[in-house]
Design a protein around this ligand. Structure first.
Ligand code: SF4
Ligand code: SF4
Length: 229
């Protein structure tokens, strides 16, 4: 297991080009679902499933550089984002549950309305495409107003991934070797979710993407990833 954190770090060194590829892929999926066939909307299910399947082993690593929408937001919004700290509400459990319920409700209502006039496969495809487009517009507004990946904090897919991740504890964890930490907060300033990694020991924030930004930027080299909790 110890090698897992090292492997992730190696993969992360190629992150920039992977983010670009996934961002372009996401733009292509949106275009295809709008102009070729609404069945491309089924891509939402694939994305959700991949995040959940990988979460018990890797935590939110899928969201880090494999989620096409996360990559799209990061790649295109970084230069426009106001980079403000998002409200704590975004991380509250009841708010995450509320967003999931609203998503499910909108999906059910849309599908029910479309199902009257379309075969089930097409009705679901159109529903998923609408959800994909509307949620991406919301994600872009939030990404400009706060951090580029503000949406990733309460994305329903991320909420399910966090639940799936809770079933296994032996995944790479961010660890602070307190001796050299100077509490400078450079880690929080460079984290897409403003996670403060200055407390000693394991930093177990479920939102951590394992993006290594804090590890690389920490001036005291106090942070590392370890496979041991
Ligand atoms: S950036 Fe490093 S030294 Fe500064 S608070 Fe974070 S862990 Fe501590
Ligand atoms: S900057 Fe550090 S704490 Fe924040 S998401 Fe990346 S790895 Fe996790």
């Amino acid at each position: 297991m110890k090698e897992l954190a090292i492997k992730l770090e190696t993969l992360n060194s190629n992150r920039e080009s992977l983010v670009l590829i996934m961002a372009a892929f996401f733009a292509a999926i949106i275009a295809a679902s709008l102009f070729i066939s609404a069945n491309f909307g089924y891509f939402l299910f694939i994305c959700l499933a991949m995040g959940m399947i990988s979460a018990p082993l890797l935590g939110r690593y899928w969201c880090n550089w494999m989620c096409p929408r996360g990559s799209f937001l990061e790649y295109f919004l970084t230069r426009f984002s106001l980079r403000k700290t998002f409200p704590p509400l975004f991380k509250r459990g009841y708010f995450l549950a509320f967003v999931v319920v609203v998503f499910m409700f909108m999906m059910g209502l849309n599908f029910f309305n479309l199902y009257q006039a379309h075969p089930a496969v097409s009705a679901l495809g159109i529903t998923l495409t609408r959800l994909l487009v509307v949620s991406t517009i919301v994600a872009m507004v939030l990404g400009i107003a706060y951090e580029p990946r503000a949406w990733c904090v309460f994305c329903p897919g991320a909420t399910f991934a966090k639940l799936a991740a809770a079933f296994k504890s032996k995944k790479p964890h961010l660890v602070n070797d307190a001796a050299s930490c100077t509490s400078c907060q450079v880690c929080a300033g460079n984290c897409p979710f403003h996670i403060d990694a200055s407390q000693s020991g394991v930093i177990s924030d479920p939102d951590c993407l394992k993006c290594f930004a804090c590890v690389e930027k920490c001036p005291s080299k106090a942070l590392r990833f370890s496979d041991q909790a």
